[in-house]
Design a protein around this ligand. Sequence first.
Ligand code: HH2
Length: 308
Amino acid sequence: MPLDGLGRAPLIRRAPLIMGVLNVTPDSFSDGGRYVQISAALERAREMVEEGADIIDVGGESTRPGAQPVPLEEEIKRVVPVVKAIRAELDVSISVDTYKSEVAKAALEAGAVMVNDVSGLRFSPDMVDVVAEYQAHVVVMHMKGTPRNMQENPSYRDVVGEVRDFFTERLEFLQSRGVDLERVLLDPGIGFGKRVKDNLALIRGIPRFMDLGRPILVGPSRKSFIGEVLGLPVEERLEGTLAAVSIAIFLGAAVVRVHDVRQARRVVDMAWALRGTYDGRQETGDRAALSTVSRPLSSVRINQKDQP
Ligand code: HH2
């Protein structure tokens, strides 16, 4: 059954989108335990919307290296009430960060409109059917292995080429199973089975994904490759995150997934202007000048072709 009533959120902009991270987990690597209470999660969602988030990504299981899987019922119990609370109050698009089809289905029923699957729809055989049935937007992320083993000696001959081949295969698979490719976003999976040099190469390699014709999402926020380059702990990775965000947008990324929405919003809009889209209307201080299209989410196309 397709979702209806999705026209609440002006997701689509020609400018890039910000996906704000909302981990309702006790153990996420940088914000674990902070938003377990529904009231705290809702407050953080409000804050992120205020700060310029276009999408709120609600996750009930940490995928940090070595993380333990969370039982299905527990993940649903964490995610669904938060999705409902956000949907009831805020005019924002909600994404659910899960690789379990049952969690995705429950979240879509509760008001989410996007599934963010770090397994690229590989771990749950019927995830593809849920996405097709609900006509959900879907993020297909690349990960080498599973969260438990992905950092055990990952290696690539040509990381950008391998990730690109993965995207191509996934797009064919999704299309063959009835998913509208206009709703698919691709994510190279920063930190998921990658060495520092692989993460750097993937961000640098964003232009090589452009001809796939789908928007590219990247999630560098506070990740360990930044820690390794700068020699800094997780709570001091803001500037490194923003550098990665800035370059990613400049090279053509359409969506960034971040914890620090306020700062990322400014950097994204500036990087976007530097990319060559500035038309002077920003001088009015009207951020909407960057978002020339505001269509209901149900008719949204985050299309790379909208971008120069
Ligand atoms: N990174 C994380 C989780 N989900 N989804 C996408 N599409 N891309 C990413 O890069 C990505 C993701 C890991 O970050 P975080 O949610 O902050 O941590 P944890 O997995 O420990 O909850």
